[in-house]
Ligand binder design. Structure first.
Ligand code: MSP
Length: 510
């Protein structure tokens, strides 16, 4: 049994979550669920990033104190994730006392290790990114991501000696080829380091909404410096060394491509400066796009849909929670960008879910009801479907382990397709009741049992419902996968349950 500690980025609470934030959370959730199914000891963390100028400004614009504002928005993330059936084990808010404690302990260690010093900082700043830009890296003085005018800042700050870590980081990358995936992102991080690292300003005096610097209380930590440390807060850094030792060696961060530099350059250097090994693995994700542009709060007014229409709750009300999860996981290869569209989700729903999966379950339950007196027969050990099933099970396992939910689902659908083809070939609905029908239906039920287990990380509620319909007791997620995904475990004698269509077709409006 292994261990698996997975985290999402913590989300800014300047607004309620949209489907772009849901994208990362749903992927992390499916991976966490897969590892639980595989029998691993899992910890899944998500949360909210509540400090910094952006939040302070948003609160002010809304006529509220920063604390009142974050207390108002954070529950909307909790609600959104509950609605999407997200199985996080912890939810961190950076305004919690436990986080103050860890941040102060971690940064004091770096300070005492001699990697923090005082200097004056001057530069162009984007409040939306909470990041500095050089004039060259800007888009003629505007933020290359948000298109907003950058502001000139000058402050006396404490600095982190990032420049001292160039060699160590490069050596670390060489020794750990899988530290950052996909490889293109690894190369991007490496070339960033190779291009030379400048020290970074890690405190602010211009705002007070942040975590105080323990050795100089006029300063608060710069929001990114506070935020990155959340991954250690949740496993008890500075409070419970055993927990850190337990989880940190098997830690995985899922992060969007625009925050690669923070996670793949700064963060490992900070850990090294504190005398801690860097996170085990960073999986970089791409963006969901609408009309070719990043789906988000700063989306163009002329985008084909409004971001407010893309709230996870309105989409799940329209399509169902599991179909939305399925679409987010299946449509885009983790690491690539992918276009999000209502036509796209409708097409996946109608084809993969209604026509393929839903139809398969419906026709098997119906034939078992009419030709086998409603009682599912046992599968045949030498079934033709078995070969496909075993290949699929192996491929699915590999894909989930490689952080490739889309491939895992695509592969699972090969077994759905093969089972539908098997039924077409034998046409049990045309046969007389008897051993031949029983053989075909036992095999089909076994294939559905395997499919149900394999889809459970993506569509937990649908999986539970199919499990019930094919007459099985317990839950499809009890695992461990290696033993429950062997061919032949569908027990003959289970009574199947007829019910409404799992995925009623969506009729597209003209
Ligand atoms: N607060 C920082 C992260 C700190 S982690 C120590 C932050 N927050 S964010 O709310 O702006 O973004 C959080 C995550 O959501 C990022 O990984 C980002 O890539 C992701 N997404 C936001 N919009 C997205 C899409 N349109 N598509 C996919 N992911 C998106 O950055």
């Amino acid at each position: 049994m292994g261990r698996f500690y997975i985290t999402t980025p913590i989300y800014y609470v300047n607004d309620a979550p949209h489907v772009g934030s849901a994208y990362c959370t749903v992927n992390a959730d499916a991976l966490a669920r897969w590892h639980r199914l595989a029998g691993d000891d899992v910890k899944f963390l998500t949360g909210t990033d509540e400090h910094g100028q952006k939040i302070a400004d948003t609160a002010e614009r809304n006529g509220q104190s920063p604390q009142a504002w974050v207390d108002h928005i954070a529950p909307r993330f909790l609600d959104a994730w509950r609605n999407l059936n997200i199985s996080n084990d912890d939810f961190i808010r950076t305004t919690e006392p436990r986080h103050f404690q860890t941040v102060q302990a971690f940064l004091t260690t770096i300070y005492e290790n001699g990697y923090i010093y005082k200097d004056v900082y001057e530069g162009l700043y984007c409040v939306s990114c909470e990041d500095y830009y050089t004039l060259e890296a800007s888009d003629e003085g505007k933020c290359p991501i948000h298109g907003r005018l950058l502001t000139q800042m000058q402050e006396e700050n404490w600095f982190f000696r990032l420049s001292a870590f160039e060699e160590r980081l490069l050596a670390y990358y060489d020794e750990h080829p899988d530290f950052v995936t996909p490889e293109t992102r690894r190369n991007e991080a490496r070339s960033f380091i190779k291009g030379g690292l400048k020290d970074i300003s890690i405190t602010r005096t211009s705002i007070s909404w942040g975590i105080p610097v323990p050795w100089d209380e006029r300063h608060v930590f710069y929001v990114w410096y506070d935020a990155l440390i959340n991954y250690l807060t949740a496993i008890g850094y500075g409070r419970d060394d055993d927990e850190v030792e337990r989880w940190w060696p098997d830690s995985h961060h899922l992060v969007g491509k625009e925050i690669l530099r923070f996670h793949c350059v700064w963060w490992p250097a900070m850990c090294m400066a504190a005398g801690l090994a860097p996170v085990h693995h960073v999986q970089v994700t791409g963006w969901l796009l609408v009309g070719g542009k990043k789906l988000g709060k700063t989306m163009d007014a002329d985008a084909p849909v409004k971001v407010t229409d893309l709230s996870p709750s309105s989409l799940s009300a329209e399509f169902g929670v599991d179909p939305l999860r399925y679409y987010l996981l299946r449509e885009t290869i983790l690491g690539n960008d992918g276009e999000f569209s209502l036509e796209g989700i409708t097409a996946r729903y109608n084809t993969d879910l209604a026509n393929n999966l839903g139809n398969l379950v419906a026709r098997v339950v119906s034939v078992v009801s009419s030709k086998c007196e409603g009682v599912g027969p046992a599968p045949d050990a030498s079934s033709n479907l078995r070969v496909t099933a075993e290949r699929v099970v192996e491929g699915v396992q590999r894909a989930w382990e490689n952080f490739a939910p889309s491939v895992a689902l695509e592969t699972t659908w090969e077994l759905i397709g093969a089972t539908n083809a098997y039924l077409e070939e034998h046409a049990p609905w045309k046969m007389e009741s008897g051993p031949e029908v029983a053989r075909v239906m036992g095999d089909a039920l076994e294939a559905i049992r395997l499919v149900t287990i394999m889809i459970s990380p993506a569509m937990p509620s649908v999986a539970t419902e199919i499990w019930r319909r094919i007459g099985l007791s317990g839950v499809p997620t009890s695992g461990p996968f290696a033993s429950c995904a062997r061919w032949g475990l569908y027990p003959g004698g289970a009574r199947v349950v007829k019910a409404d269509a799992l995925f009623p077709r969506i009729v597209e409006s003209e």
